[in-house]
Structures are given as C-alpha cells and as structure tokens.
Design a protein around this ligand. Structure first.
Ligand SMILES: [Zn+2]
Length: 275
C-alpha cells in the first residue's frame, strides 16, 4: 500500500508539474490519454497533456498512474467484495479473465478498433509467456487486475496462502508493467473472510462480477455468449468473460457494439466506479 501511495503521489506531482509548465515533451502515454479522453480537444501535444493533467485533477476518485489508464483509489471499496457499481450508471465493465494467452493480442486489437477498453485479470504465472503483450495492454490504456499466481482457489485456505498467491502475481505484474494492480479476483469467484482480509491487507479491491458471460462450458458458441450477455446486461454490471475461449474473443465485437446499441458503454472497472 505504501508503495502504491508513493507511486500515486509521484504521478500527481509529475502531472501537476507538466500542467503548470505545459511541458514541451509530454510522454506518449499522456498524449494518448488526452486524445482518447478529450476527443474534441485541439492544439499541440503540450496543451493536450496539460488538459489531461487538469482533467485528472478534477476527479478526486481517479488516481492518475502516468499511463493511459487512470485507476480508482481503492480505499472506498475495501472490506467487501465488489460485484457491480454501487450507483446508477449507463456504464458496464467488461472483464476478461485467465490470460494473458495466445488470444490477448487479438482482444487488444478488437478493443482498439472499437475505441473501447476492458479490465484483464491476468494469472501471474501465465504473464511470463506473454510479457510483451501484457505490457502493451497496460501501456495502451487497458486495466490489469490480479488473478493470483497460478489460478489456485484462495477460499478455505490460510491467509498466508492467499497473500502469497496475490503477492507473487502482483510482483510479476509490477515487473512487466511497473504498476501494482488495484483489483484482485479470486479464481472461480469463491472467497471467504481470509480472502477478503488478504485483499484488504494489500489495499486491493476484491472484484467479483454481477453478470457471468457463461462462456466456460463445453460447446459454448460466440452467438450464444453474445445473446446471453446482451439479454441480461444492465447499467452498472461487471461482466465476466474469459479471453482463453476463442468463441468469447469472436463474440467481443458484437458484445461491445450490442451494449452500445442498448445505451450501455463498456469500460474498465475503474472507469465503471468513477462517477
Ligand atoms: Zn479464472
């Protein structure tokens, strides 16, 4: 927690300095965020970077990270599992579990093409085989969550075990992205008091879901996944999907466009929780 707080403080200081000085060489990530979040802005890169910094400063709940993705301050969401937005909203969070995988690059390109972002829940032990794509995901505005080191369930297990599963994954994520995840999702969604305590001790939000995409059983088909999600999705939902299923990946464009057709905007978990 202290490491994260220090990083946050440094990010805020850097952004403020950039805004005040209208620095002439903003990082690529600042420009990317400015262009993605303020589509009507014009002017040079320095102006856009200053706008991004000012925009970030206006919302107390959003914690700039120095990357394209802004993440929430987890403090208000600690101590209980998070299943959906605790307020009315037309946003929904798309969460993609169990990667990174051979499908991650395609998922990135689908979201990029449709100008949307999601939250990935990466398994720490799987990141090693896909470090470059995991880094790319983080640097292009996707949110990365912690899905334990090796996808072992962390309920009915001692606190020390849960902490180790979380910490090993977190260390891998930090090594690849330079950033600590804010959210942890227990494999299979099972959790107990020790799981919740482990998340809390690390200053992380225990992230569950309110809508299961039903994309894990045998014989799942893209059309069935799409229609199930679109039939049930309501504003504020956290939608669980799995990038490891090629049928899920195939369904993503129709899911994103279908949600928008219903007046729902797919976003990251942090964006869902930002009023
Ligand atoms: Zn999983």
């Amino acid at each position: 927690m202290s490491t994260r707080r220090a990083a946050w403080t440094a990010s805020v200081a850097a952004l403020l300095a950039c805004a005040v000085a209208a620095c002439s060489s903003p990082s690529a990530s600042s420009v990317e965020r400015a262009s993605r979040r303020t589509p009507h802005s014009v002017g040079n890169a320095a102006v856009r970077a200053a706008e991004a910094a000012a925009s970030a400063m206006t919302s107390a709940s959003v914690r700039p990270t120095g990357s394209p993705a802004a993440e929430i301050d987890p403090a208000p969401f600690l101590g209980r599992p998070l299943k959906r937005a605790p307020f009315a909203t037309r946003k929904v969070a798309l969460t993609l579990d169990d990667g990174p995988s051979r499908n991650t690059a395609e998922v990135l390109s689908i979201f990029e093409r449709l100008n949307a972002r999601c939250t990935f829940f990466f398994v720490g032990g799987r990141v090693r085989g896909y470090r470059s794509v995991a880094k790319q995901a983080y640097e292009t505005g996707f949110e990365i969550g912690n899905h334990t080191w090796d996808h072992q369930e962390i309920h009915e297990t001692p606190l020390a075990f849960d902490l180790k599963e979380i910490d090993r994954c977190q260390a891998e994520l930090v090594e690849v992205t330079g950033h600590e995840a804010v959210f942890v999702r227990p494999p299979t969604g099972h959790w107990d008091d020790a799981t919740l305590r482990a998340a809390g001790e690390r200053g992380m939000v225990l992230a569950l879901w309110s809508l299961h995409g039903q994309d894990t059983g045998p014989g799942t088909h893209a059309r069935t996944i799409t229609s199930g999600v679109l039939r049930s999705a309501r504003g504020g939902d956290v939608i669980l999907l799995h990038e490891t299923n090629p049928e899920t990946v195939k369904a993503l464009p129709a899911i994103i466009e279908g949600l928008r057709a219903k007046g729902l905007e797919p976003v990251t978990l942090s964006e869902l929780l930002t009023r």
